[in-house]
Ligand binder design. Structure first.
Ligand SMILES: Nc1ncnc2c1ncn2[C@@H]1O[C@H](COP(=O)(O)OS(=O)(=O)O)[C@@H](OP(=O)(O)O)[C@H]1O
Ligand SMILES: Nc1ncnc2c1ncn2[C@@H]1O[C@H](COP(=O)(O)OP(=O)(O)O)[C@@H](O)[C@H]1O
Length: 208
């Protein structure tokens, strides 16, 4: 039986130290960089390169990777649509906490359904949710097949695999799109640089 929506008679507790104080301490603004795309599109690679680049600039970030979270927080969830929705909802809530802590939270999940990603966007105030679309062709992702999962999906040994027999709905209004240039995928450092430039331009890497 579901116990969702059972939190009644609970009250919000305020604390004297708030987000603005934490941001001053860190000299940065908390936000969520949400990386979406097919398996093998380079989400984790970008997340790590971005976290490394921010670290080298003295900026505090934390990566929430779909694969990793499914080892703990989300180990009870599978890949049917409602499980993916709950996966995204939970990660959205955790990312919101990290952003409130003043961190640049980097979430890298397939997050294939538009409405689930949009619900996360709605959870945060809009400029603080930066959606990055890894727009890599299925053929490239499948040719990489770092984990051998596409092969298993093609052989029918994994059912409901994103891009094969489960849909991926590309974003319609993402803040950043990473694409191949002349048929070549940008290097990880270049992809990270693209996101860092955006964060810099929008004022997330300082507190005035
Ligand atoms: N059916 C199916 N479809 C897609 N992916 C699958 C599936 N089964 C297992 N995997 C592995 O799970 C990783 C995706 O987890 P996510 O939490 O990011 O998925 S989702 O956002 O809930 O759709 C994904 O990791 P990445 O390759 O890093 O994307 C896969 O390794
Ligand atoms: N920009 C890139 N250039 C070359 N290879 C890449 C790039 N991004 C990712 N890869 C390679 O593609 C594979 C899948 O990348 P990964 O980051 O694990 O994707 P995802 O997290 O979306 O599943 C890995 O072997 C990785 O080294």
């Amino acid at each position: 039986m579901s116990t969702l929506n059972n939190s009644t008679n609970v009250f919000w507790q305020e604390c004297q130290v708030g987000k603005v104080d934490r941001q001053k301490l860190l000299n940065q603004k908390g936000c969520v960089v949400w990386i979406t795309g097919l398996s093998g599109s380079g989400k984790s690679t970008l997340a790590c390169a971005l976290s490394r680049e921010l670290h080298s600039r003295g900026k505090l970030s934390y990566v929430l990777d779909g694969d990793n979270l499914r080892h703990g927080l989300n180990k009870d969830l599978g890949f049917k649509a409602e499980d993916r929705a709950e996966n995204i909802r939970r990660v959205g809530e955790v990312a919101k906490l990290f952003a409130d802590a003043g961190l640049i939270c980097i979430a890298s999940l397939i997050s294939p359904y538009r409405k689930d990603r949009d619900a996360c966007r709605a959870m945060l105030s809009d400029p603080n949710f930066i959606e990055v679309f890894m727009n890599m062709p299925l053929e490239l992702c499948e040719s990489r097949d770092a984990k051998g999962l596409y092969k298993l999906a093609r052989a029918g040994k994994i059912k409901g695999f994103t891009g094969i027999d489960d849909p991926y709905e590309p974003p319609e209004n993402c803040e950043i799109e990473i694409e191949q240039e002349n048929g070549v995928c940008p290097m990880p450092a270049a992809m990270a640089g693209h996101v860092v430039s955006y964060l810099e331009e929008k004022g997330f890497l300082r507190v005035q």
